[in-house]
Design a protein around this ligand. Structure first.
Ligand code: SF4
Ligand code: SF4
Length: 448
């Protein structure tokens, strides 16, 4: 069975919410919409205190080409435009809406009727990309890169295929899995729309073989789409990384930065993004909700919730049985790449794929011991880096060396820290080094 060729680890899967049907979360009393829900320039608020909004009303316009607009997921009254704490532990500009009723903009088609590509012969590539841009669609796997940017290859680059990331290799998370089981038809229309947008004849959907029900269903449904192929993949973390997925599915390796997936002809989108694209283009629905997995070994009812953006995490945890008494740490995302949250008042955003509640035992970090030079971290690194060295030079502020050793190629997957028998804080040090070196590179480019 196919997989990527360099590195990789096998953390315990702990997919506690697998098979749990998607449940709609209750409306919050107040929804808070960060203007920083994507990579790139923040959105600019276009509403003020006292404004009345509906589900689907524009709250913030895109702040540039690499940006995305923000829409209200609730109806009610804007109570303030002010800073709010987000999942990156930063206070940033946000729009607060006090919820009243559930009134939607009339332009949104709320019916369940499937709209196929052949039902909309009027849709050309330009129109599809524009609708995706206007709807504020971003990468839903957690990267939150504005989707329309990826669908507009830079001059000189040409897309040859679309690869859908339905791997969900992070332990515990099952949001994409549940979406495939319940929205397969809509996802396939979304994939066909992406293929039309970038003008390619081949589409692949990569799914790890720990989701046999999703593979079987998608293989059945894909029979109506001769240009799309479902590719079952061997379970291996971090197969959801773009470069790893491209290698696994079409056996092409993306060179080091500045090369990007399109450099080898691939456009990669998450399966949740394909669904959001279907809703944006065929239903005129901006990105206002998503599936989030709320899970953990002590959580009473691990679930896949369909929740409106802006809902506080505390409410989502309540809906799954409340915060367990033995909670040690709460992670936004999965255990490998997620980040610890310092507050439960943080609102859900476009990139919120999971909430993992670790118990005290799991949350305890082992004391780091000296490096024993076993090279296990090197063998596990999917980017072919030397993590022990990157961590060491980062901790010694040796930024020139860190750049030479390609620290910016690190995808922050955490495989090195996971495998290290000495419990070295490799990822913490490398993350710090990477962001510092990227800042130095940005400054250098700006001066030129
Ligand atoms: S976190 Fe970075 S250095 Fe560590 S294994 Fe992943 S890519 Fe390699
Ligand atoms: S895995 Fe840990 S102990 Fe082994 S070489 Fe890497 S940093 Fe050192």
């Amino acid at each position: 069975m196919k997989t990527f060729r360099i590195g990789g680890v096998h953390p315990a899967e702990n997919k506690l919410s697998a098979g749990s049907p998607i449940r709609e979360a209750a409306l919050p009393k107040q929804a808070v919409f960060s203007m920083f829900q994507h990579i790139g320039a923040p959105a600019k608020p276009v509403v003020k205190k006292g404004d009345v909004v509906k589900v689907g009303t524009l709250l913030g316009e895109a702040g540039g080409f690499v940006s995305a607009p923000i829409y209200s997921s609730v109806s009610g009254k804007v109570s303030k435009v002010d800073v709010a704490l987000d999942a990156s532990d930063t206070r940033r500009m946000a729009v607060y809406v006090d919820v009243e009723g559930d009134e939607w903009e009339e332009s949104i088609d709320r019916s369940d009727a499937l709209v196929r590509l052949e039902d909309r012969p009027d849709l050309d590539a330009k129109t599809i990309v524009e609708k995706i841009k206007q709807a504020g669609i971003v990468g839903m796997g957690g990267a939150t890169f504005p989707c329309h940017v990826k669908l507009c290859p830079p001059p000189g680059e040409k897309a040859e295929c679309v690869i859908i990331n339905a791997v969900e290799c992070e332990p515990y998370l099952t949001a994409d899995h549940s979406l495939m089981l319940e929205k397969a038809d809509e996802i396939l229309v979304g994939v066909a729309l992406i293929m039309k947008a970038v003008g390619v004849e081949r589409g692949y959907i990569g799914i790890e073989n720990n989701k046999p029900d999703a593979i079987a269903l998608m293989q059945e449904k894909v029979k109506a789409y001769p240009r799309i192929e479902v590719v079952p993949l061997k379970v291996q973390y971090p197969q959801g990384g773009e470069k790893q997925l491209i290698d696994a599915v079409i056996a092409r390796q993306v060179p080091a930065p500045p090369a990007i997936p399109i450099s080898v002809g691939a456009v990669v989108q998450n399966v949740g993004t394909a669904f959001a694209i279907y809703e944006a283009v065929m239903k005129n629905k901006p990105l206002i909700s998503r599936i989030i997995t709320v899970t953990g070994k002590s959580v009473k009812n691990p679930s896949n919730l369909l929740a409106r953006l802006g809902t506080p995490f505390s409410q989502l945890i309540e809906e799954c049985g409340g915060l367990p008494a033995d909670t040690g740490k709460i992670i936004g995302g999965g255990p490998m790449m997620g980040k610890a949250l310092i507050s439960l008042d943080i609102p859900m955003t476009k990139g919120s794929s999971g909430l993992l509640i670790m118990n005290e035992k799991e949350a305890r970090r082992a004391e780091p011991e000296p490096c024993i030079r076993c090279a296990k971290c090197v063998g596990a690194c999917p980017m072919g880096l030397e993590p022990y060295l990157l961590a060491k030079i980062s901790s010694q502020n040796m930024w020139d060396e860190a750049e030479k050793e390609c620290i910016v190629s690190c995808i922050e997957c955490g495989s090195c820290a996971f495998i290290c028998p000495s419990h070295r804080p490799l990822l913490d040090n490398i993350r710090l080094g990477k962001s510092t070196v990227m800042g130095i590179i940005r400054e250098r480019v700006a001066k030129k």
